[in-house]
Ligand binder design. Structure first.
Ligand code: ATP
Ligand code: MG
Length: 447
């Protein structure tokens, strides 16, 4: 996809341009909006009320407001208050302070975590807000009011607040209009806001993919030019962002958006190098479609499977390299996987335990496609703890057009047939002749 064609498409998408950022808040009283307490989690309400009763201001903000207004189920509920993190900690027994870049209070209710942030203010050079090359590396300047906090938020649709004191809705920067129009718009100067935190580019793409929104042109354009800022982001943070892009039910759409905005290359450059083979894109799209489906059916998904499919095409390329030709298949696979993981880790850090499972999935591919697997001994592979995930990956490869369909069919059949039918599959009689037990040769008696 060329740079200019994308740029043109963006301009085409937006014929009418909405007035830019407006810092004056609009307060919408309860009877005039549709955010009801019934759509807010009980635990989030507990936190809001407890803060309010202790004399603090407390608002619901972010996805909890945005998604409820869009009649979607929020992923989590975020609260913002004028109480400082230590004050929040004192109020809740089940609370932990986390983070360095932003200190946040996590209030635990079983599996649900309500995230409580303190109002942010402008970072300045002398204070706690630490800026490096335009990036904010520490941002713990607390503010006293909502106006300042709203300016520090990323998108207008994320700067909508629900005030627990009177149940009104506070909309900054035309956030409500943007929500109604399906528009993702950065608050402030997009170039600077991406420089401050390049992850905002991925967040823009994620919300566009999740909500089927469009990124407003002034917020979209700099993404093409500033993608390389992602090279400076903490690689573990990028891993978390990749999971949010691909493991929250809109993976296919996220992949399309990442490619459209030319950011995929900064996350998975070795995979992008294989895009000249149409099978690469097919494999990734099919894998993501299956994952989206599983998430909608509330089935578990594993990140090792995701990374196994993202890195499979470059792994095959590396294995084709001359240097591995002299090795056994297993050694070549191991060497190539070590190589590709070390290369990938320079961009997105994959946790060790994910790497181990991913390598097991790959290793299973060798075992599932060995000529000698089509015999009775292959039955033992069916009970291998990694069989299921390896088999699923084999099916994925087959559906992407790799020449493994025969093997995929074989393993499908083997699982489907009864024990008696299995015998005919192996072309053996049911009562297989037992091997003669090993007998020790009697030592000759010495006369
Ligand atoms: P979801 O929880 O569905 O991913 P969200 O908008 O709630 O979406 P969170 O990561 O939970 O996203 O963050 C909560 C809020 O904090 C956001 O809505 C936004 O206002 C603010 N925020 C989060 N990350 C950033 C960032 N990098 N820069 C500026 N504001 C941010
Ligand atoms: Mg959230």
């Amino acid at each position: 996809m060329s740079f200019s064609s994308n740029k043109e498409r963006i301009k085409d998408d937006y014929i009418d341009v909405v007035p830019s950022f407006c810092p004056t808040p609009t307060r919408i009283p309860r009877p005039e909006h549709k955010l009801s307490r019934q759509s807010i989690s009980k635990n989030a309400l507990t936190v809001l009320y407890q803060l309010k009763n202790a004399g603090y201001q407390a608002f619901l903000v972010g996805g909890g407001v945005r998604d409820v207004l869009l009649e979607r189920l929020p992923k989590d509920f975020d609260v913002v208050t004028n109480a400082h993190p230590e004050e929040v900690k004192r109020l809740f027994r089940n609370c932990r302070l986390i983070g360095r870049r932003f200190i946040l209070a996590h209030v635990y209710f079983g599996r649900e975590i309500v995230e409580v942030a303190t109002f942010r203010a402008h970072h300045d050079k002398s204070g706690e807000g630490i800026v490096e090359d335009g990036r904010i590396v520490r941002d713990n300047v607390y503010g006293t009011n909502l106006d300042e906090d709203a300016l520090r938020r990323d998108f207008t649709i994320n700067a909508l607040y629900y005030d627990i004191s009177d149940f009104s809705l506070v909309s900054y920067a035309n956030g409500l209009q943007d929500l109604q129009r399906g528009m993702i718009r950065l608050i402030g100067d997009p170039v600077l806001r991406y420089q401050e935190d390049p992850v905002r580019m991925l967040r823009a793409i994620r919300f566009a993919a999740k909500l089927n929104f469009v990124i407003e042109p002034d917020s979209a354009m700099p993404i093409y030019e500033q993608g390389d800022l992602l090279n400076h982001v903490n690689r573990s943070r990028l891993y978390e962002e990749v999971l949010k892009l691909f493991h929250t039910g809109h993976g296919v759409n996220s992949f399309a958006q990442l490619r459209h905005y030319e950011l995929f290359n900064y996350l998975f450059p070795h995979t992008e190098d294989c895009f000249d083979d149409p099978m690469t894109i097919k494999l990734i799209e099919q894998g993501l479609a299956n994952t989206d489906q599983r998430i909608h059916e509330e089935k578990p998904v594993t990140s090792a499977f995701l990374f196994a499919s993202l890195l499979w095409p470059p792994l095959l390329r590396v294995m084709e390299k001359h240097a591995y030709k002299e090795m056994s298949d297993q050694d070549a696979l191991f060497a190539a996987s070590q190589y590709i993981v070390s290369k990938q880790n320079q961009h997105v850090a994959i946790p060790r335990k994910v790497v181990i499972l991913m390598q097991d999935i790959w290793w299973m591919q060798l075992r599932l496609t060995q000529r000698k697997a089509k015999n009775r001994r292959s039955l033992t592979l069916l009970t291998h703890p990694r069989f299921r995930i390896g088999y699923d990956f084999l099916l994925l490869r087959a559906s992407a057009g790799e020449a493994v369909e025969e093997w995929a069919n074989w393993w499908t059949l083997l699982q489907a047939v009864t024990e008696d039918e299995r015998d005919s599959l192996f072309g053996e009689k049911k009562n297989i002749r037992r091997k003669r037990p090993y007998r020790r040769s009697k030592s000759k008696k010495v006369a």
